[in-house]
Design a protein around this ligand. Structure first.
Ligand SMILES: Cc1ncc(COP(=O)(O)O)c(C=O)c1O
Length: 364
């Protein structure tokens, strides 16, 4: 028997249940178009590059640097890391700590700030990185139905996303206990899909409700066009991130060029781009309504629940030159499989019209 027979059996199970995933290498030809391995060029409606910055020449130019060679606390910290933290801190108004990714930032926040003895109320649709961070923390968890603001007695902290990555809707900020009231639970908000795009100056959904959560997680790999992430909070949070968070301490620092690219992205994320994103989103939502397609969400993430035919629909759209995300179990519940369309400020009106026609054409 093969040494890897048990792993083979598991991989075969994934294949037979239609859950095998595969990679394909795309070659970007503009912010919103990419060539597939067979040379076909398609319109991309599945990227989180919401402001169209990932291919910006200034951002690409900033990426040039060597590797950091070590964790930041050893000898990997560079001026670029400090400069990005300072700029993000000034923008958000509180100290910021950089992480290699949003996944690591959420692991760090939950596993470091909470533990046995805490009860964290977590929305059912929170991202895998929040769920994994909570598991690592060993705190007690209460999973809230998506969008619920009914917080159990004794809750230490509430974990939500500002703009939900799969449902495209917002956390119920007006109904959640205010973090500005003494004795209320901590409010921890993952603004991965909102920073740069929504709220005053792009500071996220919570800020558009006048709320300063106790802790905010933002990413640099979506609207800001680079990669990495940041945690915002009171000075105590930065101290704990640097001195105790394992995903900060035990990992090589991001290359300085990536931090500099994040800095460029932050500078380019302006109101004009945000307005274009909002206008493109409105255009798509109007177009979908006109052809009778029911879309969920309220902003630039536009899910269309299509159920078990989702993969076939995405393949049919690709034949028409439209690359749309197909989200399936276990990322979403069975029966809730969906096309996940993401809008960019860089999409043209023609691209959006082609998408609407394509969706209507494949019978979504
Ligand atoms: C809500 C949310 N949080 C965190 C992350 C992880 O961010 P990153 O891609 O920077 O690891 C994602 C990624 O897609 C996300 O959707």
């Amino acid at each position: 028997m093969s040494r890897y027979a048990a792993w083979r059996a598991r991989a075969d199970d994934l294949e037979s249940s239609g859950l095998r995933r595969t990679l394909r290498a795309l070659v970007p030809v503009s912010s919103t178009r990419a060539a597939l391995p067979d040379g076909q060029v398609c319109d991309v409606f599945s990227s989180n590059d919401y402001l169209g910055l990932a291919e910006h020449p200034d951002l690409r130019a900033a990426m040039q640097s060597g590797g950091a060679g070590a964790a930041r606390l050893i000898s990997g910290n560079r001026r670029g890391h400090d400069a990005l933290e300072d700029a993000l801190g000034e923008w958000m108004g509180r100290p910021v700590t950089l992480f290699g990714s949003g996944y690591l930032a959420n692991l760090a926040v939950y596993a470091t700030l909470f533990g046995e003895g805490d009860l964290v109320a977590s929305d059912a649709q929170n991202h895998a990185s929040i769920i994994d961070g909570l598991r690592l923390s060993r705190c007690a968890r209460s999973v809230l139905p998506h969008g619920s603001a009914r917080i159990p007695e004794g809750t230490t902290a509430i974990a939500v996303e500002g703009l939900y990555s799969m449902a495209g809707d917002l956390a119920p900020f007006l109904d959640l206990p205010s973090p500005h009231v003494s004795g209320s639970p901590m409010l921890v908000v993952d603004e991965a899909h909102a920073v740069g795009c929504l709220g005053p100056g792009g500071r996220g959904v919570a800020s558009s409700f006048g709320i300063t959560p106790d802790v905010v997680v933002g990413t640099l790999g979506k609207a800001f066009g680079a990669a990495g992430a940041f945690v915002v909070g009171p000075p105590e949070v930065r101290e704990l991130m640097i001195s105790s968070a394992r995903p900060f301490i035990y990992t090589t620092a991001m290359p300085e060029g990536l931090a500099l690219a994040g800095l460029v992205g932050l500078g380019l994320a302006n109101d004009e781009r945000r307005e274009r994103l909002a206008a493109n989103t409105a255009r798509l939502r109007r177009g979908l309504a006109q052809v009778g397609v029911r879309a969920g969400g309220v902003a630039h993430i536009v899910p269309i629940v299509t159920g078990t035919h989702t993969m076939q629909m995405a393949a049919a759209l690709l034949k028409r030159g439209l690359l749309v995300g197909a989200v399936r179990y276990p990322t979403v519940a069975r029966g809730q499989e969906r096309l996940r369309i993401t809008v960019s400020a860089a999409h043209s009106g023609e691209q959006i019209e082609r998408l609407v026609e394509g969706l209507a054409g494949v019978g979504v």
